[in-house]
Write a protein that binds this ligand. Sequence first.
Ligand code: PEP
Ligand code: MG
Length: 831
Amino acid sequence: MLTIQFLCPLPNGLHARPAWELKEQCSQWQSEVIFINHRQNARADAKSSLALIGTGTLFNDSCSLTITGRDEEQARRALEEYLQHRFIDSDSVQPTPAELAAHPLPRSLIRLNPDLLYGSVLAGGVGAGTLTLWQSDNLESYRAIAASAEDNTRLEHSLATLAEQLNQQLRERDGESKTILSAHLSLIQDDEFAGNIRRLMLEQHLGLGAAIVANMEQVCDKLSASGSDYLRERVSDIRDISEQLLHITWPERRPRNALVLTKPTILVAEDLTPSQFLSLDLQHLSGMILEKTGRTSHTLILARASAIPVLSGLPLAAINRYSGQHAVLDARCGVLAINPDDAVRGYYAIAQKLADECQRRQALDAAQPALTKDNQRIDVAANIGTALEAPGAFANGAEGIGLFRTEMLFMDRDSAPDEQEQFEAYQQVLLAAGDKPVIFRTMDIGGDKNIRYLNIPQEENPFLGYRAVRIYPEFAGLFRTQLRAILRAATFGNAQLMIPMVHSLDQILWVKSELQKALVALKADGLRHAPTISLGIMVEVPSVCYIIDHFCDEVDFFSIGSNDMTQYLYAVDRNNPRVSPLYNPITPSFLRMLQQIVRVAHERGKWVGICGELGGEGRYLPLLLGLGLDELSMSSPRIPAVKSQLRQLNGQACRELAMQACECRSAQEIEELLNQFAPQKDVRPLLALENIFVGESLSNKEQVIQFLCGNLGVNGRTEHPFELEEDVWQREEIVTTAVGFGVAIPHTKSQWIRHSSISIARLLQPVDWQSEMGDVELVIMLTLGADEGINHVKVFSQLARKLVNKQFRQSLFAAENAESILALLEAELTF
Ligand code: PEP
Ligand code: MG
């Protein structure tokens, strides 16, 4: 037996992709190869990627491979070379813009040894609940289907169709998905599996549906009783392929949804349709893990609107085994913490407290207009999908509804809402809005928003197909009903009308004639309605940009649908995760296009907003402001943060930035430009009350550093609390910062602090500072800017010298509150 010792070099741990590659490397050899994680005390067959993922291996974990067999010497040499030189490359996935913004894992969490699975962030936030698999089907109903003479032929046909579908997917997929698909394929080709279904039909006279369900149960029972984790995990595979067989055999029985949530839940699914999402009780939905969804899919858009965090990139097969267990979904860091212990729960309790405080402060100013430092104004509005979201949007500070996706009203039901139902929903939004504008986008049906009762046949490329304004002539009655409902509701507020997916003048001229007809008809019917309505189009098909001047003659405003515009401008499917690295609106071509639209529209006195997801992305705010957009419309939970960020910006500096960005040659150059772009700094004192805490309940060193760095984030002294924390910890590693007398002075000079700060925590009870200098009750943390010119060694030594003075120390310990600590320090320290 030969052994290779190594430290896991993967910053993101042994997730699906590196596990698959390592398995491929190991499988080339006849020898048995066992992977051992010494921190976790976990062993795995290195020729199974699922088993490798199951070891929960993190960055820097001490690991080994043991190799036993005839070719062990050759295998050791090759694997050693692989681990040393190439293993690390398997971790690198080309980051998408959203991932660029994702945070590194904070050390205060990692040091607690949490059991983590790594994914990528689709919608931010943190949520805790029970991991629950989306069971799309109630299989009981299949038992009742009567046996028929064709059952045997149908079974063969369904097995062949499923095999064909799996083979097709296998050709299209790679990595972990390929492993799982191959496993499924070998299961349905296994004689035992199909043979048992045939036997059940023959010997027990079951119908095909009942036989598939019974076979599934028998195999699952056997597997569940197995002592092997690997075999137990196969239960979900068996369920999966059995369900697929049933769906292929009886496509008409496929249910729309089947899950009732009764407690905080993290839902795990391949993907959900918008209507399946809308059927859930969101009160109990704490988070979602979706395996196959695009960054701007409508399900995700709905999730963001409800502040539900979402991760992807976690193979369902790896999560299935945790079904029913408690977990925290952390979509700030892109991890799922399984069965968190008290320490990990403590970490998340503090993270929650900090997030709540941040939100509370932003909410205080949310109602104020968003003015930049040099008094440039930009409207910040909300995107909503249902009337119910409107009051929350205005409470978050929305200055209007920039996009009401009215098609949501048509989903998750069996027939279209009638005029009165629509009128009431639209009226409800206008009443909540008062005199603020509400843009009603007429139904954008099609694409990923299929509506069964319209019976539009399935298409090969639904996003390039029959959707939005293109279907209106066929469904003219439906469109007219909607126009009538909007025009009637418009008497209750400031309503505007917006048409999706317009690409030619003909389309808008047709819409205008329909609008005229609706107005005439309403008058004839004697119904109260608005005599006119402001009309706009979504700019989401690239051809529009070349004739925006002509559109200016016909419409009142434009709103850029960056979600669709991105996919159409580059021909990159917005819902296909395989091309998601290419799905990036922040490129020179996209920015130049925005620049041109705004210029032409402004020259003709028309306003331009943006209502795609890009509109709410904080990182790109300086660019959007600089390009001269008049309105940003976004999911409403984003509004307070965006407004507060806008107040830090200087309009003139942003205009210069946008001009430079349009001249960049690549997306990367733009990102670098943004990295260098620093919002104007106001002057903040080194010592301030906002960073002093007396009696805060913090129970270990990790919590103290997490809390003090996080608090600097809340106070806007750093935009990068996790990176700052990392710098503090690195200093801790060199030599302890406990200085005796119950005091510690953690300190760093860091590029991640915007305003140099001294933070203080006088603790309720002493904590172990993991140092020979004893426990610590008073923590004075120095975080000084790399470019501040303040010599942090001098500050540190001055403080340390003062603390030797017993009287000074005692007065710090005895001070009644934060104010008196501040006064003491201000009197004693000279910087
Ligand atoms: C868009 O395309 O950017 C948009 C706002 O519309 P939707 O996401 O509903 O297609
Ligand atoms: Mg769109």
